[in-house]
Design a protein around this ligand. Structure first.
Ligand code: NIG
Ligand code: FE
Length: 402
């Protein structure tokens, strides 16, 4: 499965085009792909001393690109998981002081090194699922120092593990407890204090906001994302997750690269994303883990010509999974996306949404040799079997990392 062929994200029927090579082979040098084709054709081009990775009878895919994740956090939310099992909702738990704020307390209490250690452990789990690039958001600090601490952890993970991380500043994830009742002041604080510091220290590529009732409204999103854009950050946005607040249309208006979640988005939001070229990032893991039943309208988005992306939303509260294969399963069973559409959405389309469509997301000459060998004969099995990872070996820049 090469996913080769288009220099832009795939839309409509193109989502089903995986550019499969039967009995394929790949020649890699210095971490970069030199040639991809039939194994017998590639064989002529190889130098004598090259190392051979045998993948006969198995499936090789580009490393998954997970374009929405919160992999750095303190502790976990297993007690809330049990509360939801007993009938409480995510919104009720948050209103009672739990939710994002409970992870904020644990993240603030952890030192930079402790956070790094916890996250490093998760990186192993992420790679084991076949993911080689992951977007990583701050947003569990909510003070300048704690947000910078999280972003430094993301940078250190990037430098010291095989996983490539793409940093996103999410200071507007929730109103910090100290600013209770002073929502506007917190928005000003994010704009005036946090964004300049993050940008000066070059700790983020993107800025995100949780645009949702009880968190940040449209006016706050305009201020924060407007300031971030002016400071040189690209934009992503948590939109229309729990309520339809017109988030998708706002992402389009503000020039965001992606609008993420979109469980409540209707036709008007889809049309707005279409005209502005916003990529929808769908996160069915969070719908599943919150025990909800309303998934985003993936089929309508594909029919409208949107370059759909699938991601895990890996976080301790609403989506405790690092597994893209699990997301592909949910996409098929709950959103009626075929395995081929799912694979495209979690590789080449996701790579484009992170501004890396020219380097990763497909297996073609000139791109990084990030790939996974799966222990199955039919790629559809990757989405079909759930609760297991079929990844047999994972390779980043040509090196086997698992
Ligand atoms: O994408 N929606 C906001 N942020 C996360 C949840 C974070 C949390 O509950 O800790 C999400 O679902
Ligand atoms: Fe999220």
């Amino acid at each position: 499965m090469t996913l080769a062929g288009t220099p832009r994200p795939r839309v409509g029927p193109e989502l089903s085009e995986l550019a499969i090579i039967e009995d394929g082979g790949m020649f890699v040098q210095s971490g970069t792909i030199v040639a991809v084709g039939r194994a017998n054709e590639i064989a002529h081009q190889l130098p004598n001393d090259c190392e051979v990775v045998e993948a006969r009878g198995r499936v090789v895919l580009p490393g998954f690109v997970d374009a929405h994740a919160h992999p750095v956090f303190g502790g976990n939310r297993v007690a809330e998981f049990e509360m939801r099992a007993r009938g409480a909702s995510y919104e009720e738990i948050a209103a009672a002081g739990g939710g994002i704020r409970s992870t904020v307390r644990l993240t603030r209490a952890a030192s930079e090194d402790e956070l790094l250690e916890q996250a490093r452990h998760r990186v192993g789990q992420i790679l084991r699922c076949g993911t080689t690039t992951m977007e990583a958001k701050s947003g569990y600090g909510l003070t300048t120092n704690d947000e910078l601490k999280m972003l430094r952890v993301i940078r250190r993970l990037n430098e010291t593990t095989a996983l490539e991380l793409v940093p996103t500043f999410l200071g507007a994830h929730a109103i910090a407890e100290e600013f209770e009742g002073r929502r506007e002041d917190y928005v000003s604080f994010v704009v005036e204090e946090m964004i300049p510091r993050v940008v000066r220290q070059q700790l983020a590529e993107y800025c995100d906001i949780f645009c949702e009732r009880g968190y940040f409204d449209g006016a706050a999103a305009r201020r924060i994302l407007g300031a971030a854009k002016a400071a040189g950050l690209k934009l992503r946005m948590h939109a229309d997750q729990l309520t339809n607040s017109g988030g998708a249309a706002l992402a389009a208006e503000l020039g965001a690269v992606t609008a993420d979640h979109l469980e409540q988005t209707e036709e008007d939001g889809i049309a707005a994303m279409r005209s502005a070229g916003v990529q929808p990032v769908l996160l069915p893991g969070s719908v599943y883990a919150l025990g909800k039943t309303r998934y985003p309208k993936a089929r309508a988005m594909i029919d409208a010509g949107l370059a759909v992306v699938l991601a895990t939303d890996f976080n301790p509260g609403s989506s405790p999974t690092p597994s893209i294969p699990m997301v592909l399963s949910l996409a098929a069973t709950q959103m009626k996306m075929t395995p081929a559409e799912g694979v495209t959405a979690a590789t080449i389309n996701a790579a484009h949404s992170l501004g890396r469509g020219d380097r990763i997301g497909s297996l073609e000459a000139g791109k990084l040799a990030n790939f996974t060998v799966f222990d199955c004969e039919d790629y559809r099995e990757i989405a079909y079997w759930f609760g297991v990872s079929l990844a047999e070996s994972v390779h980043v820049r040509g090196m086997r990392v698992l």
